[in-house]
Design a protein around this ligand. Sequence first.
Ligand code: 5GP
Length: 177
Amino acid sequence: MGIVKVHDKSFETYLTEEMIQARVKEIGQSIAEDYKGRKPLFIVILNGSFMFAADLFKHLDVEAEICFIKLASYKGMKSTGKVVTSIGLDEDLFGKDVIILEDIVDTGKTLHNFLPKLLHQQPKSLRIAALLHKPEATEFKLTLDYVGFSIPNKFVVGYGLDYDGLGRNLKEIYQLV
Ligand code: 5GP
């Protein structure tokens, strides 16, 4: 709890470890309930979602597959607007129940650009689970099926999320002061 410094900026605790863990557990339980007997495939969007994905997977009492893909549209604290794919998807999604795991949905641009590529492969179903959502920042409308926390339009770090490469190891989520 308290204030942390990452690079030149100060951040204060916004979501505690207990709050995050309790919510991630609830999401894992809801997904397990919804996907009983269906063997979903999780697509984790790196880098920021690695902690969310690891914790969620521990609470997932259902058979499931997982794979990882890297997309990026952020540099520093601003979206560059361009979404770059640097690790491609080598799974075949045809006929699969796919769940995308994303750390945070901000403008919605990253997923808005990426979803057509996935849908092109004709998965049986496609849902999105986002740990954080900034509703005030929405520019591209998306249906988010599982949301951990709706948060104000302020930059956050911790629990996998970085500020220019640092801060990902923090167990809590911190907001820019
Ligand atoms: P979108 O395309 O929805 O605008 O942005 C999604 C991506 O931007 C997220 O996956 C994340 O990498 C990054 N992002 C958006 N807001 C924040 C934030 O407050 N903190 C950090 N660290 N990254 C963010």
